[in-house]
Design a protein around this ligand. Structure first.
Ligand code: UT7
Length: 333
């Protein structure tokens, strides 16, 4: 019989340096009022020193997830590492994480699905476990944004939104008949790739990066905020309905909704469109900003730690991000 997969344990880690909106206002023309009103963000975390990459933040997050799952690291059969800010262009951060955890030979797959990365990874882990290929998969979302943001006025619309952090989950065979990944759906549409992207260095350019490109700031992320906002508030409710339908459930069956944390205003509008009680929507964006692939496991970790998500609870996940990509899942804990 096909095995069902479940989230067995979750962990997270953020670096120690707290950066408030007022701190950013010293670097660029912005204000706590503008940032909080538009995004719901009050502060975010940045790495404290040179030399700390996405794979480093992932180590304590992974160790916490393993402890929470009661799974020994030697029992991990595969690593999936979701990030848009890998330590290096290559090799992938998953290989680095496997080495740092002491898991030689364990396969490591890096995926590049930005804010939807955790749910894309969940879908892969779920398929591997269902088919019996692997028993326990370590799924990580980890990002170091702070080293790649434009802190001048030119980049202020993007720079204020992002933070560093890592979240991890151990996905394994469901230990009871109840818990499990009930449904997943993934989508992408590259027609709007340039509405949210980091262009250079790019392999299509000879050379990949030039002084002119650096002067023009083409090595920084760029976003057409209003377009992204419109797409996100359209696609996240749609994919939420899709995964609930696949699971044979309705919005009334959802105990907790854990959306990607890009903007509190987006999530309020998505929640309103889904007609879900505001109290059932988990958010931590005020403290961490947007940590892209890490937002969902970080938010799950908070809601598990404070006793909101307990065994038997049905949790709806939805994300939207660069690509564009969007994805949803229904998970019973
Ligand atoms: O996870 C990745 C997905 N990303 C998202 O989902 C983000 C989606 N988009 C958004 O969340 C919003 O579009 C933003 C929060 C990024 C921006 O909000 P907005 O209401 O769309 O603002 P805007 O870009 O239209 O800018 C309004 C004004 C502009 O000034 P003018 O032209 O009206 O004079 C901007 O130059 O605000 C200005 N502005 C700022 N002011 C102070 C832009 N960034 C800042 C800033 N501080 N940091």
């Amino acid at each position: 019989m096909e095995a069902r997969s479940a989230i067995l344990g979750v962990g997270s880690h953020v670096p120690g340096k707290v950066v408030t909106n007022d701190d950013l206002a010293k670097l660029m023309t912005t204000s706590d009022e503008w940032i909080f009103q538009r995004s719901g963000i009050k502060e975010r975390r940045y790495i404290e020193e040179d030399g700390v990459g996405a794979s480093d933040l992932a180590v304590p997050a992974s160790e916490r997830a393993l402890a929470a799952a009661g799974v020994k690291k030697e029992e991990i059969d595969a690593i999936i590492f979701a990030t848009l800010s890998p330590d290096y262009t290559f090799p992938g951060s998953g290989c680095l994480l496997g080495h740092k955890l002491g898991l030689p030979g364990v396969p490591a797959l890096d995926i590049r699905n930005q804010c939807s990365g955790f749910i894309y990874g969940l879908s892969i882990a779920d398929a591997w476990i269902r088919t019996g290929m692997y028993r326990n998969v370590l799924l990580v979302g980890s990002e170091v944004h702070s080293t790649g943001l434009d802190f001048s006025d030119r980049g202020r619309d993007v720079a204020v939104l992002f933070g560093d952090g890592a979240g991890a989950a151990v996905i394994g065979r469901s230990r009871d008949g109840n818990a499990g990944v009930l449904s997943v759906a993934l989508h992408a549409d590259g027609s709007a790739a340039q509405d949210l992207w980091l262009e250079a260095p790019g392999s299509k350019y000879i050379p990949r990066i030039t002084k002119e490109m650096l002067d023009e700031g083409r090595h920084y992320p760029k976003m057409k905020g209003k377009q992204v906002f419109r797409w996100a508030t359209d696609k996240m409710p749609a994919v939420a309905h899709e995964v609930l339908g696949k699971a044979g459930l309705g919005i009334k069956d959802v105990d907790w909704f854990v959306p990607h944390q890009a903007n509190q205003r987006i999530n309020q509008l998505v929640g309103w469109r889904l007609e879900i009680d505001e109290e059932k929507v988990v958010h931590n964006i005020e403290k961490y900003g947007n940590t892209t692939a890490a937002t969902i496991p970080m938010a799950l970790d908070v809601a598990i730690a404070d006793g909101r998500i307990t065994p038997g609870k049905t949790v709806l996940l939805a994300a939207f991000g660069a690509g564009f990509t969007w994805a949803g899942a229904v998970v019973r804990f």
